[in-house]
Design a protein around this ligand. Structure first.
Ligand SMILES: Nc1nc2c(ncn2[C@@H]2O[C@H](COP(=O)(O)OP(=O)(O)O)[C@@H](O)[C@H]2O)c(=O)[nH]1
Ligand SMILES: [Mg+2]
Length: 296
């Protein structure tokens, strides 16, 4: 039986019989649906916005990660390797991407998800943190956590070791972001906001956020001026990283006072906001949620 024969299956498939039309209609409708599902799934799982958590050891990073992940706090462990968790933003926090939605829009009730990556604070392991900045996976921002009780200057008369440690870490991070912005790369966003999270404000010895900001700015000024004079080794692992070194000094240069607005030039906006992960009255992390929400 040749295929031109009216009884052949091939010619019956070509002829406008109800079955052939039904099969064709089914294919036409289901293929786009199938493609949509496959593409949508894979895209949404790989492009979840992510935030990096850095800062000196003991500032509360692992505690924050645990709080965000479980909605409660658990015992902390010394972090040896970076740990990433998927976090859902509270529905009460509005995100930048949905700020024009009506308050009654049902999609507001869907938790916005993001990834939060913890990093070890120990000096020797810090290059892990810096590595994650260089190779971002949809990186939306960096949270630099600092213990606001630890850096209060009142505790010691001449110089505060904890403040120095924090300022040096933050200086190195900002210098890295400045270099990253100056490296002309066709892909990857140049804009990267930084939240300085002044933690442990539940302790009465803690500095309020504006004072944390002032203390860090003035200590970064000292770090910068020592680096400029070549009196201080450059940051941990900085030389191992594959980035250009057009501009060695942070901000305007090695002279004068440093303040965070000098980072605006390279599209890095620094926000300082206070809060506490633990405490007798429970956690207060509203301002940090809001910052994350405004950057998703
Ligand atoms: N009082 C107080 N203690 C905190 C707070 N956040 C963290 N801690 C404590 O600070 C210590 C170090 O916290 P951890 O999360 O391990 O810091 P990490 O080294 O940055 O990961 C732990 O003993 C926590 O219980 C806070 O908001 N208030
Ligand atoms: Mg930790």
């Amino acid at each position: 039986m040749a295929w031109t024969d009216s009884q052949s299956w091939l010619s019956s498939l070509m002829s406008p019989t109800p079955i052939a039309i039904a099969v064709a209609a089914l294919l036409v409708l289901s293929i786009p649906l199938f493609l949509h599902l496959v593409i949508y799934r894979s895209a949404s799982s790989s492009t979840l916005p992510s935030f990096l958590l850095v800062g000196p050891s003991g500032s509360g990073k692992t505690s924050l990660l645990t709080l965000f992940e479980r909605g409660g706090h658990a015992e902390t462990r010394t972090s040896q390797a970076p740990l990433t968790v998927e976090v859902s933003l509270p529905v009460t926090t509005t995100t930048a991407s949905s700020q024009y939605r009506s308050a009654n829009d049902p999609s507001n009730q869907i938790h916005k998800k993001f990834l939060l990556a913890d990093t070890p604070g120990h000096g020797k392991l810090r290059h892990h943190a810096f590595d994650s900045v260089i190779k971002p996976q949809n990186l939306k921002g960096i949270i630099f956590m600092v213990d606001a009780a630890d850096i209060s200057t009142s505790s010691s008369g001449t110089g505060n070791e904890a403040l120095w440690q924090a300022a040096e870490y933050l200086h190195d991070l900002l210098l890295l972001l400045q270099k990253r912005a100056n490296t002309k790369s066709p892909r990857g966003p140049t804009e990267l906001p930084v939240l300085v999270a002044a933690n442990k404000l539940d302790l009465f010895t803690a500095l309020p956020a504006p004072l944390v900001k002032a203390a860090l700015e003035s200590e970064i000024t000292n770090v910068r001026s020592l680096r400029t004079k070549g009196l201080l080794d450059s940051g941990i692992g900085m030389n191992d990283l594959d980035i250009g070194d057009e501009k060695e000094w942070l901000g305007d240069g090695g002279e004068g006072k440093f303040d965070f607005t000098q980072m605006d030039e390279v599209n890095v906006s620094v926000t300082v906001a206070g809060g506490n992960v633990l405490g007798a009255d429970g956690p207060d992390v509203k301002q940090w949620w809001d910052w994350i929400g405004s950057n998703i």
